[in-house]
Structures are given as C-alpha cells and as structure tokens.
Design a protein around this ligand. Structure first.
Ligand code: ZN
Length: 243
C-alpha cells in the first residue's frame, strides 16, 4: 500500500519578503495605504486618467528595488520541500516573484496580485519583461506606450480598483479545498479574498498553520500559531514535512 504525500498549500504575504529587503507596500498598514499620493500611483482609475500619474508611476518603478531583491531562507525552504517530492502549491499576495527565483516552478505559484516583473498593455493585454519597459523609460520615454497597439502600459500587478484574475482565484480556492496542510505565512490575513482562504482551508479539514508576528482574524481556527521570525520558523516547519 502506498500513501500519497499530503498536498501542502502555502499562502504567503508581505512578511515572507521583508528579509529580502522588500517593505510591505499594499497591506492595510502598508506604505501605499499610509501615503494618499503614493496610493494614487497604484490606483487604476487615477493611472488610466492622468498622464502625470503614469509618468510618476514609471519613475517609482524605475527606483523600486523589488526587481533586484533576492530570495531568502523562507522562499528557499518552500522550493526545497517541492524538490523533495512533496506536492506544494504557493498562493502568494506578493508581486516580487521571489518564490520562482528560489526554484519553485512557475506553474505551482499562483500570484493573486500579479507580478511586478512584467508589464501588460491595458488595451491588447500584450505582456513583456518589466526590464524592457524600464529600459525605454531610462532612454527617455516617460510614459512608454504599447509597441503592438499604442495602448497604455502598466505593471502586471493588480492595482487598487482592479479585480483579481478570476482564473487565478478559482485555482487558489480549489487548492485550498484540496490541501491537507495550509500554511499562512507573513500575511495579516486582513485583505479579502486572500485572507478568507485560511478559513476555507480549515473549514475543509486542512491543518491550518499560521506563521505571523502579529495576531490575525483566523488565529482561532489555526491548529498551530507560530510567532517566531519567518526566516527561521518556516525552514524548521517545512523541514519536518520532508519525507
Ligand atoms: Zn497593446
């Protein structure tokens, strides 16, 4: 008789990337929410309606160090678990792409809020590497237009005022319902619908483990609460699951 290793789902939030030098931008207490002018730069309505907002957004992206950040021990621990043969799926609220840089296959990472590593055309939906768009900004185009259709380009992240991709969200829900263990890591679990996945996992019989410095609204449903730093806690917890 063979036993299937349990499906492990990992929901990651800003806290998993702080050791990589990336601050919390979009959380309830994140940098953008505390600065109304900065929040405009990442709000769809303002971005589409105001060329000046777009010019400032491109300058912000140019200076943003997210693309230069490197994965840390927590990202590596997730990728190592997957390499050890355990079925792992990552559902992330982050746009930094660090799970994939650590070695997680792209198809096993669901990016609920998109990715800062690509640009997308708001008209024809053409996509490309963010470096290509930033190179045009460096070369003097302050609001580079789509090379295919002339439309407005933006980062391939979900801005405030935009819907989450229903396909990505649907896959996240399916994984959440089917997993045996659900880790919520570095997320305040206050932003829906991502936060609700923690409750959904517990309701469907998964063992919910919350790894976060602060209390979350789902602590009551957790089988285990871990308050220690993610960079040491996650490698230890996931190491215990390696067969
Ligand atoms: Zn286009």
């Amino acid at each position: 008789m063979s036993t299937q290793p349990p499906l492990v789902a990992i929901l990651s939030g800003a806290g998993i990337s702080t050791d990589s030098g990336i601050p919390d931008y979009r959380g309830p207490n994140g940098l953008w929410r505390r600065d109304p002018e900065a929040e405009k730069l990442v709000t769809y309505e303002f971005y589409m309606g105001d060329p000046d907002i777009r010019r400032r957004s491109w300058q912000m992206r140019r200076k943003n160090r997210t693309l230069a950040a490197q994965p840390n021990d927590a990202h590596r621990a997730v990728a190592e678990l997957e390499k050890a043969g355990v079925p792992v799926r990552v559902i992330t609220q982050n746009v930094d792409g660090l799970h994939q840089l650590a070695g997680m296959p792209d198809r096993k990472v669901l990016e609920l809020h998109g990715t800062a590593r690509k640009f997308v055309c708001t008209q024809c939906h053409a996509r490309g590497p963010m470096e290509d768009a930033l190179a045009r900004v460096e070369a003097g185009e302050d609001d580079p237009a789509c090379l295919v259709c002339g439309g407005i380009l933006k980062s391939a992240t979900v801005m405030f005022g935009e819907r989450l991709d229903p396909v990505v969200l649907g896959e996240a829900v399916a994984i959440t319902k089917n997993c045996q263990v659900f880790f919520a890591v570095g997320s305040s679990l206050q932003v829906q619908p991502a936060a609700g996945l923690a409750g959904l996992a517990a309701d469907n019989g998964a063992r919910l483990v919350i790894v976060n410095a602060e209390a979350t609204p789902y602590d009551d449903q957790a089988a285990e609460l871990v308050r220690e730093p993610i960079g040491t806690a996650l490698p230890r917890l996931l190491g215990e699951l390696v067969p």
